[in-house]
Design a protein around this ligand. Structure first.
Ligand code: ZN
Length: 80
């Protein structure tokens, strides 16, 4: 049985951040975040410490997600 438990992710930090929380896993830098993690941040579940503009967030999502995934999220938001 693995005794190590990764701390629960609380926030997304700016690109390239190397603070203590990013090292211990409580936060993750934007450039290392997954599509699902950014999605949770945009939904307000994770705190947004990124300081990123809308354009920078869009670029991060486009880099991580397939067009199919982006289309499905878009339709979900629109309730279809
Ligand atoms: Zn950090």
């Amino acid at each position: 049985m693995n005794e190590y438990h990764r701390p629960e992710l609380l926030a997304i930090d700016p690109v390239g951040c190397g603070c203590t929380e990013c090292i211990t896993g409580e936060y993750v830098p934007l450039d290392e975040a997954s599509f699902d993690q950014i999605d949770l941040m945009l939904a307000g579940v994770l705190a947004d410490n990124t300081g990123a503009t809308k354009e920078q967030l869009a670029a991060a999502l486009v880099k991580l997600a397939t067009p199919q995934e982006l289309a499905e999220r878009y339709l979900t938001v629109l309730g279809r």
